[in-house]
Design a protein around this ligand. Structure first.
Ligand SMILES: [Fe+2]
Ligand SMILES: [Fe+2]
Length: 315
């Protein structure tokens, strides 16, 4: 899985920097987001508008995904009353959102989680747990804010750290060194990347998102989820309405990332909480008591999800 490319370039002041576009393009081992999965995710981003026939068609394009979904659906406690033979049956048993989550897990993390979740010294199962928790919490916050597109917030939360997967594929030893240095010296992952001069996972995530042609909001969340001040984001975005929309995705994911760590949900390569929670709450016009209010919902949704995760692993 290791590719040792340097891809160094120089900025206008003559300082050495990483060429993120070339780095992203050089990653051939990262499980690519197959186009049917992109379609599938996009067709379920707004639950109220999911076109079931299109969704079923997208799932059917991937035979291993069909097999995985049927196994999980048949094994689930919801399958007692109905025989599950088709993807439409599985939708009745599990619902579109759960099927979407299975597809995302298979697409993004399948290669990392199987056969060994502790591949090469990094706990990818705990990483999935962190990413999924950030997705779940992002979508709960978005629902509280009255957002109809809360499913997009889930996707944004799930994918915010995908640059770390890219960094691992580029040079696993370097990525593991960042992780162990961050852990032993109680520093954040991004701060350690900067100190060690390794590629930054926020910039790499942005470059991967661009090379995969992901929607802009996902690219911006990857790029700015460690940029806490709105004034330091998106210098080229001139439309203020668009800027506000994108800032909401970014802020919600920053908050969810912070809360997932506070609630000890999974592990993303470091344990340091650095997000300035009160600034983000103010940006989003949310009360300081918000986390306390939504903890029961978060725990309930994560528990239900982990039940499905167990089935996924057993399948
Ligand atoms: Fe991050
Ligand atoms: Fe994270």
């Amino acid at each position: 899985m290791t590719q040792k490319n340097s891809f160094i370039k120089f900025d206008k002041d003559g300082n050495k920097t990483h060429d993120y576009k070339s780095l992203a393009d050089s990653i051939t081992t990262l499980p690519t987001l197959r186009s049917n999965i992109v379609d599938l995710v996009q067709s379920t981003e707004n639950t109220y508008q999911t076109d079931i026939p299109i969704f079923v068609n997208n799932v059917r394009k991937d035979q291993s995904l069909v097999a995985q979904i049927l196994k999980v659906a048949r094994a689930s406690k919801y399958a007692r009353l109905i025989q599950v033979d088709t993807i439409s049956d599985a939708i009745q048993v599990l619902g579109v959102e759960r099927l979407r989550n299975i597809a995302l897990k298979q697409s993004f993390l399948g290669n990392f989680l199987k056969p060994n979740p502790y591949k090469h010294g990094f706990d990818w199962k705990a990483f999935w747990k962190h990413a999924n928790a950030v997705g779940v919490i992002s979508s709960i916050i978005a629902k509280r804010m009255g957002k109809s597109d809360h499913e997009r917030f889930y996707t944004a939360g799930l994918l915010h750290d995908m640059g770390k997967m890219g960094a691992f594929c580029l040079d696993e030893n370097k990525m593991l060194k960042v992780s162990s240095t961050a852990r032993t010296q109680s520093r954040s992952f991004i701060q350690t990347e900067k100190e060690l001069g390794t590629p930054r996972h926020d910039l790499l995530g942005e470059a991967i998102g661009e090379s995969w042609d992901l929607p802009e909001y996902l690219i911006m969340v990857c790029r700015y989820h460690h940029t806490y001040f709105r004034g330091e984001r998106m210098p080229d975005q001139s439309c203020s309405e668009k800027r506000e929309q994108l800032n909401e995705y970014i802020d919600v994911v920053i908050l969810a990332n912070c809360w997932a760590k506070k609630l000890k949900q999974g592990y993303s390569g470091h344990s340091c909480i650095e997000e300035p929670e009160s600034i983000i709450l103010k940006n989003l016009n949310l009360p300081e008591s918000m986390l306390e209010e939504i903890i029961p919902t978060i725990i309930a949704e994560l528990n239900e999800g982990s039940f499905l995760d167990d089935l996924f692993e057993a399948a």
